[in-house]
Design a protein around this ligand. Structure first.
Ligand code: MN
Length: 245
């Protein structure tokens, strides 16, 4: 098996290194990741400037671009083969509910999925990299034993509670929950008295009942959500068709 690995926290992030180590024990790996933290970059591609690819001493490729840039360039220009799987992460912090739309971690996996390759995004629920080895072990187990009998390609979003491995509850298939709207932006003055803004944190879970990613991880389960990319609202499409003159 050959696995392409990326993330959005940057090529130096502990979560990426832990994921690469875990994958290297079961597959041939190539790591292509952003040169800096690009969390929240969603699926953006850099189109207004050229990108450069460099290689770190540990063999990781790093690019002055987004997670989507990294996977895109890996698949179109860097790799000499088509990987069997694209994995992303392990992200510092959860990507649940509406987070998945903003997440660069999910976006890196999505880019692989859009190229027709099965892909998995891994995130730890809490910040701080606690129990990272436990999360990396879960990632390895899911790739080794847990790949579902879903039609290929699939796009899986995995969130892992920061717990010692023996305290994790069984994996649970979930749907995305929903969040309340985001917290307000922070407003302050810069040193020259001009008003500046810093986008605030996401809202708390609003739809976090049983069956959701929020609920599963709060109980201590590893949450696996199959994602799709077609944003078409089917029922509104029918309503729109029925209402057009
Ligand atoms: Mn991140």
């Amino acid at each position: 098996m050959r696995i392409l690995i990326s993330n959005d926290d940057g090529y130096l992030a502990p979560g990426l290194i832990a994921l690469a180590d875990a994958m290297a024990s079961i597959a041939e790996i190539v790591v292509v990741a952003p040169d800096s933290n690009r969390s929240g970059s969603s699926n953006s591609l850099t189109l207004d400037r050229p990108l450069s690819v460099q290689r770190a001493a540990n063999g990781f490729y790093f690019i002055n671009g987004t997670p989507s840039d990294c996977v895109h360039l890996a698949l179109t220009s860097i790799l000499t083969f088509r990987p069997d799987l694209v994995v992303s992460g392990i992200n510092q912090g959860q990507n649940m509910g509406d987070d998945t739309l903003y997440s660069g971690t999910v976006a890196a996996a999505t880019e692989g999925y859009l190229f027709g390759i099965p892909a998995i995004a891994f995130s730890q629920v809490e910040h701080g990299w606690t129990e990272l080895e436990s999360a990396a072990r879960v990632a390895r187990e899911i790739v080794l034993h847990g790949l579902p009998e879903l039609p290929r390609p699939f796009l899986l979003n995995v969130n892992i509670p920061n717990r010692p491995h023996e305290q994790l509850l069984p994996w649970q298939a979930t749907r995305l929950g929903k969040r309340h709207e985001s917290e307000p932006a922070i407003v302050a003055n810069d040193p020259r008295g001009r008003q500046i803004y810093w986008i605030g944190p996401p809202g708390l879970a609003k739809d976090g009942g049983p069956g959701t990613d929020f609920h599963a991880t709060a109980q201590g389960h590893v949450s696996l959500t199959p994602l799709q990319i077609d944003l078409t609202h089917r029922t509104q499409l029918d309503a729109l068709r029925g209402s057009l003159p």
